[in-house]
Design a protein. Sequence first.
Length: 111
Amino acid sequence: MPKFDPVSGLLTAVVQHAETNAVLMVAFMNAEALAATRETKVAHFYSRSRQALWQKGETSGNTLRVTDILVDCDQDALVLKALPGGPTCHTGASSCFYRVLGDSTLAPVKS
C-alpha cells in the first residue's frame, strides 16, 4: 500500500491522461483523498494552502475520472491515469504543463 510521509501525511500524485499519457498535473494526496478517489473514481487531492480535501473540478466541473492508480517502487508517489472532463489547469489549459523553460523565459509548448 502507499506510504504517506510520516510528518506531512502526504504523497505526490502525478496525473496522466489515460489515453495519451500526457502529464496533466501534479498534486498531493493524503489518506482521505486517496480513499475518496478510490471510492468515487474521481480525483480528490489535499490542498496544502487550504489544509482541506478537495475534488478536482468541484467548482469548475472539470473533473478527472480515474481509470488506474499506479504506485512507485518506494510506495511514496502515485500516478493517476485519468480522463479529463475539460481543461485540467485552472488557467484553462488542457495541462498544467503548458510552458517550456528557456534561458530566462517561459514559452508556450508548441503543439
